[in-house]
Write a protein that binds this ligand. Structure first.
Ligand code: SF4
Length: 522
């Protein structure tokens, strides 16, 4: 995700305060880390470059080493920035995230115009490193081997008002052979429940109505402080956070998935009936080769129990096709498990070797074999997604309205929301709503009837036939209103507590020592 695009021939920024852009490559964990990078920069006196800006004083690239061709994407981005920087002396480029943690000084060898390289364990030092690089006129590379400051305690600048992520753990104690995460993010570190709940309460006060708990392996939460039931307890405690309407989590690991979590999901009013649980393969032999310690029967058993406890649960997954050694029979096992699982949707990936992982050296399957299996899997999942979505037609759903950017298109005049089970739904609003100024705002809850199903979304145009349509205004919508009314400068940060997406008024530029951690409203 890139917050802006850079064109080499645009005029330099004319803002009084230096501007920044954070470009995020990779997963939700990275998106969340980027919010902290933005918060740190704003705490140090930078302001977000306006969305129309073509250049910024600082460009941060938050890299990913997990996704395919991560290095290609990073160096592609850097190559493009090199000429921009050449025309704008004083501009700084910083590279953080997983690939920075892995490649370290190598990045400077390949891209000597980079000013700062920092790792996944020390994003808190970003403003200091930028200042030091500027002051010393020398690139700064600083990588920590283990976490010093839990990222959640750092300032943050969120893009959305209604939805927030809260990380409950970082790192992973598993050793999946295709995964680089354990070597880059380290062993699992768990936050204390009180800290997590306090952050959730603060976010709700600032406008959030939906919170997603984040961890590489959320249901092993508690392993660090010796409480195996900690994740289920945490979910139940979420039910007591007043004003919090929707709780989700990502991702659980099937091996550690216990029934107390299912009970807590089903019995906690604001934990949503949606589960994203990576399958990766339906073949037990491949799961063994991946060093994933569950088997397909266990996986299917969890889904059965989830559906008994929550008949309306929508279940999604991740699947890797073409892991080294995968035979046609192994692949047919995956198709069998996918058929039986009835996933609402699946993120499917063709296996590609990641340097630094145990599976890297294994002989790869021919590309055309992987591609052909991939297409078969996509076709199957598309059919199942459509069948599952068609079951929703005629049902009434409550949607949390997404930001305007989530609108399907201007021409259709539909708004977009997420159902409780996380399905994407486009819906029509009454003609009079715009005239009366009663359009639903992002974060408001809308109740509508589903009228049409496609594989990847639903349409709920019930109002067009004088059917179900009602809007429940929420404090997230109120916070969005106040941003629109210009009650604080959301777009350039500094809006602090008022909308919950800022970090307080920008302070002075940080010195060469350690930055002071600013908390919202401080
Ligand atoms: S559980 Fe496996 S795939 Fe997930 S982060 Fe840990 S090692 Fe990687």
């Amino acid at each position: 995700m890139s917050h802006t695009t850079l064109a080499p021939h645009d005029a330099p920024t004319t803002h009084a305060a230096p501007t920044y852009v954070v470009r995020t490559l990779g997963c939700q964990m990275n998106v969340h880390d980027s919010e902290h990078m933005a918060g740190l920069l704003e705490g140090a006196g930078y302001v977000a470059a306006p969305s129309t800006a073509q250049i910024a004083d600082v460009i941060v690239i938050n890299t990913c080493a997990v996704r395919e061709n991560a290095a290609g994407k990073l160096y592609g981005n850097l190559g493009q920035l090199a000429s921009v920087k050449a025309e704008h002396p004083g501009m700084q480029i910083a590279v953080g995230g997983c690939l920075a943690q892995k490649d370290r000084g190598e990045i400077l060898k390949r891209a000597p115009y980079v000013d700062v390289v920092f790792g996944t364990h020390n994003i808190d030092v970003l403003p200091v490193l930028l200042e030091r690089a500027r002051h010393n006129a020398q690139a700064q590379v600083e990588i920590e081997e283990s976490l010093k400051v839990f990222p959640s305690t750092l300032p943050s600048r969120r893009d959305a008002i209604a939805s927030a992520w809260v990380s409950i753990s970082v790192g992973c104690n598993n050793t999946c052979t295709f995964c680089i995460v354990p070597s880059l993010r380290g062993k699992e570190r768990d936050r204390r429940p009180g800290e997590i709940l306090a952050e959730m309460q603060a976010l709700v006060q600032q406008g959030a109505v939906e919170i997603t708990l984040l961890g590489q392996n959320v249901n092993s939460y508690g392993v660090e402080f010796g409480d195996r039931g900690a994740f289920a307890k945490l979910l139940r405690a979420c039910g007591d956070v007043e004003g919090l309407e929707r709780v989700r989590f990502t991702s659980p690991h099937p091996a550690a998935f216990t029934d107390d979590v299912i009970d807590a999901m089903a019995q906690t009013h604001n934990v949503m009936p949606s589960l994203h649980m990576p399958l990766q393969s339906g073949s037990d032999a491949v799961l063994r080769a991946m060093r994933r310690s569950y088997r397909s029967n266990k996986f299917l058993g969890i889904l059965d129990r989830v559906r008994v406890a929550m008949p309306d649960a929508s279940i999604t997954t991740d699947i890797i096709v073409g892991f080294p050694g995968e035979t046609e029979d192994d692949f047919l096992d995956t198709l069998r498990v996918v058929e039986a699982s009835r996933f609402t949707s699946a993120y499917t990936f063709q296996y590609s070797p990641r340097p630094g992982t145990p599976a890297y050296e294994l002989p790869a399957l021919p590309k055309e074999v992987v591609q052909e299996r991939f297409v078969r899997l996509l076709d199957l999942q598309k059919r199942i997604s459509l069948e599952e979505n068609k079951l929703m037609v005629g049902k009434t759903v409550e949607l949390m309205v997404l930001d305007a950017a989530g609108r399907k298109d201007e021409a259709s005049d539909r708004f977009t929301g997420r159902a409780r089970d996380n399905r994407l739904v486009h819906f029509a609003v009454p003609d009079v709503a715009a005239a009366q100024g009663s359009l639903p705002r992002p974060g408001d809850m809308v109740t509508v009837g589903v009228t049409y199903a496609a594989p990847f979304h639903l349409v709920a145009d019930s109002i067009l036939d004088a059917g179900t349509y009602s809007v429940r205004r929420t404090h997230a919508g109120d916070a969005w209103d106040s941003v629109q009314a210009g009650e604080h400068e959301h777009a350039t940060g500094g809006c602090g507590d008022a909308c919950g997406t800022g970090v307080g008024a920008p302070g002075p530029l940080v010195g060469l020592g350690m930055p002071t951690v600013r908390t919202a409203g401080s």
